[in-house]
Design a protein around this ligand. Structure first.
Ligand code: BG6
Ligand code: MG
Length: 218
């Protein structure tokens, strides 16, 4: 049966997209252009440096590598300030309950996130202890849709990828899980996350029976 579940963070365990949006918008505005919620959607699962590249492209401005470094750092400082005020009430519905029931059933848990701030966020919402392993943006070379982040998680848990289920809200993340040979539960909409083996609106829709059925399905 299933030996491990690997969770994306942003959009699956907590909704930090609103903080990313505020920080990127502030940066764009300082640079003299606007940044919309629709554009923010396109940055889900995308690394910090790549996100900045896209935003500068959308704003129609060019910056040197050194300037880009400085801008990414500035955005991250605002983001980290907001993240430091996060509380356990911000854990998305069903996330904590699912992690606890996995634990009780002897199924291992890992985090597989592109964020370099993943650990501090888990600490702030007081859920770090429910993960056996945390793989974050500081530990991987290749971004999703490359499966590296999830494969590292499986390896650290000592579990074969085939016996893992990944939970992801981003298209690139769903692709990464599939590329790693794992079952993938998409969090969001079916017509967007069509590569996922199952799509639900949130972790509150998942229980052990759902996971067993998913694992036994082709
Ligand atoms: C992903 C988010 O989880 O992490 C992206 O969906 C974000 O929006 C990326 O850019 C990197 O996060 P951070 O915290 O390292 O800037
Ligand atoms: Mg995500």
């Amino acid at each position: 049966g299933i030996a491990a579940c690997i969770f994306d963070l942003d959009g699956v365990i907590v909704d930090t997209a609103v903080y990313h949006f505020k920080a990127w918008k502030r940066l764009a505005n300082e640079l003299g252009f606007n940044f919309t919620a629709a554009q923010n959607e396109k940055l889900k699962g995308v690394s910090r440096v790549r996100s900045l590249e896209l935003i500068l492209e959308w704003g129609g401005i060019q910056k040197s590598a050194a300037e880009q470094q400085e801008l990414a750092t500035r955005k991250n400082e605002w983001y980290v300030d907001m993240v430091h005020h996060m509380t356990p009430e911000e854990i998305l519905p069903g996330a904590k309950e699912l992690l606890e029931s996995l634990r009780a059933a002897g199924i291992k848990t890992a985090l597989g996130s592109a964020s370099k701030n993943a650990r501090v966020i888990l600490e702030k919402v007081d859920i770090l202890s429910l993960f056996d392993v945390v793989v974050d943006g500081n530990m991987v070379a290749a971004s999703k849709p490359d499966p590296e982040v999830f494969l590292k998680g499986a390896e650290a848990l000592g579990v074969a990828p085939e016996r893992c289920v990944v939970f992801e809200d981003a298209i690139a993340g769903v692709e990464a899980g599939k590329a790693g040979g794992m079952k993938v539960v998409g969090i969001g909409e079916k017509d967007v996350l069509h590569e996922a083996d199952l799509v639900v609106s949130g972790l509150h829709e998942i229980d052990l029976q759902t996971l067993t059925n998913l694992y036994n399905s082709k």
